[in-house]
Design a protein around this ligand. Sequence first.
Ligand code: AHM
Ligand code: MG
Length: 345
Amino acid sequence: MSVTTLNEFIIQRQADFPYAKGELTRLLTHIGVAAKVVNREVNKAGLVDILGDAGTDNVQGERQKKLDIYADEKFIASLKASGECCGIASEEDQNIVTFDEDLPRQGKYILSMDPLDGSSNIDVNVSIGTIFSIFRRVSPVGHKASMEDFLQEGTKQVAAGYIIYGSSTMMVYTTGRGVNGFTLDPSIGEFCLSHPDIITPHSGIIYSINEGNYIKFPEGVKKYIKYCQEKDIPTGRPYTSRYIGSLVADFHRNLLKGGIFIYPKTAGYSSGKLRLLYECNPMAFVIEQAGGKGTDGRGNRIMDLKPESLHQRVPFYVGSRNMINKAEEFMTEFGDQEPDIKDFQ
Ligand code: AHM
Ligand code: MG
């Protein structure tokens, strides 16, 4: 049986871009290499003393795990070495990462990433992931990358995707011509095309939301959850509730099976929790390319939002298109105002 490796596939697809000179190809290839290195460490995590807090906080004020830092460093090093990437924004770094050397400054692309999403799940052996989003730079080639390179609307993404370190390790990405998934074959150390042209069902029977926050949700979300739990044979309700607490894993399952993932506003967090640049935009690009939708729950397409800051958060509704449309009907009818935080103090 013939297999198509990630590298072969990337090179084949280069022909899709008439003016491409192989730069994006090289960049994606380097992401695949870094993913394999991080995968090796994630797999070893239970065996070596690499678990636990590294003793520093990241810009979100959250405790960093050692593997977060490791993944951050590996991806930055690999992207820099590719010579195609002039700057990086990462969940783990307060400011954009730029380079003094001439080679990366000649790069035409920038990349935003969450190097290890869901890292609070590492010690309990639950799937985690890397999320990435690639743009063409707008600043002049040969100079350092600038903030305006990173604050572009998601519609301008040239590629985006994720790596899931799960029961098997996969890379799923899009360059705007559909979505393809590659599974790492550890025996040959290559990502192999396993999920060509992924299409997500228009409707599903899974809803994913942290229901522990129920009383802190806007009324529209509460009513939608009740709708998901009601019996209605034609629409497959009651739906199944599935929530891992690892965006990549929750998203990946819903992408393949059909479903809706919501991280809404909650009392005290008027923009929700997830980050626009390196969590929501790339996932929105993937889901749209698979036939689904990614919105802020108020009818606004995630990829149309104009980013204002690097670590900006946004309410996130993503998944099967009919389910997103239904959830938004509830938001319109019952409101998307989160309860006052004072009620919880
Ligand atoms: P992280 O980037 O610090 O790992 O946080 C993001 C994670 C997502 O993977 C997940 O969807 C979400 O946080 C879960 O949050 P909560 O525990 O509030 O439900
Ligand atoms: Mg994250």
